[in-house]
Design a protein around this ligand. Structure first.
Ligand SMILES: Cc1cc2nc3c(=O)[nH]c(=O)nc-3n(C[C@H](O)[C@H](O)[C@H](O)COP(=O)(O)O)c2cc1C
Length: 178
């Protein structure tokens, strides 16, 4: 491509996504990384794919474990997205961001308060430029809160879904003319 890379980044920045934290176990220690490059790639069998930069520090643990979980974040969990993306916060990533979690059926760390979590076994790793694509077989799904608004990412910023709603008044109107 002869065009500047910045144009590609700007174009892809227009593609709004959700935000997830991909987790795995390093021995018995949970590890996580913020990921928006997630795609559902097949229904039968159910497969998902995540794209990780080859330099990501979670890769040795993920490959040794052969499994990962994807937790889809709610709006309330922006702090987890920041922390698992390496923000300078306390507790930090070395302390799993102080996040509450429960082991799923495969033992992968599922973040408490996430909208949904998916546990996967790595089927294959595809080399794609400076990234690795990990295709995971979906082994187990936990739906935690299907109604919570998701955290979104757009133009390299967080985006929140407008939640203004109106509801009908059950009591009597203020004046008889209303
Ligand atoms: C919203 C958001 C989405 C991200 N998505 C990805 C992704 O899909 N793949 C990836 O490799 N890094 C992604 N990152 C970057 C990593 O989370 C971040 O660089 C992390 O600190 C890498 O950790 P490491 O330096 O220990 O490897 C994303 C960051 C943010 C804030």
């Amino acid at each position: 491509m002869t065009q500047p890379l910045a144009d590609f980044r700007t174009a892809m920045g227009q593609f709004a996504t959700g935000v997830t934290v991909v987790t795995t176990l390093d021995g018995d220690k949970p590890q996580g990384i913020t990921v928006n490059a997630l795609a559902s790639v097949s229904l039968e069998p159910p497969l998902v794919m995540i794209a990780l930069d080859r330099r990501r520090s979670i890769i040795p643990a993920l490959e040794a474990c052969g499994r990962y979980a994807v937790s889809i974040l709610s709006e309330e969990q922006q702090w987890l997205s920041d922390c698992f993306a390496g923000a300078n916060v306390t507790p930090g990533r070395e302390a799993f961001c102080g996040a509450g979690w429960d082991p799923g059926k495969l033992g992968m760390p599922l973040l408490r308060g996430a909208i949904a979590s998916i546990e996967c076994t790595v089927l294959n790793r595809v080399e794609a430029g400076d990234h690795f694509l990990y295709v995971g077989r979906v082994d187990h799904v936990v739906l935690q809160d299907e109604t919570a608004p998701p955290l979104l990412y757009h133009r390299r910023r967080y985006l929140r879904i407008e939640r203004a709603t109106t509801t009908s008044v059950a009591g009597k109107p203020e004046s008889p003319a209303d």
